[in-house]
Design a protein. Sequence first.
Length: 96
Amino acid sequence: MKIGIAYALPHRQVWFDVNLPDGATVKEAIERSGILKQFPEIDLEQQKVGIFSKLSKLDAVLADGDRVEIYRPIICDPKTVPRKAKAGGDAEAEAG
């Protein structure tokens, strides 16, 4: 089965395609992709992973065509980052 591995840095995004046997897990896909050698800062014990934007465990079994994503740690408190007003948006945001 063919699996995609995605990892995004602030100024660079990478994609790896990996062919795996049926029953392969998220962890096996990440390890077989070679991404851990290219990005040694990835720590699978600390960082979260997902399949198609849904959090997943490393032992989750994959299906053909799945996209495994490795998420970077949050470096700031999202509550302290100002949100941009939606385009065409909100009267309160425009008045503010």
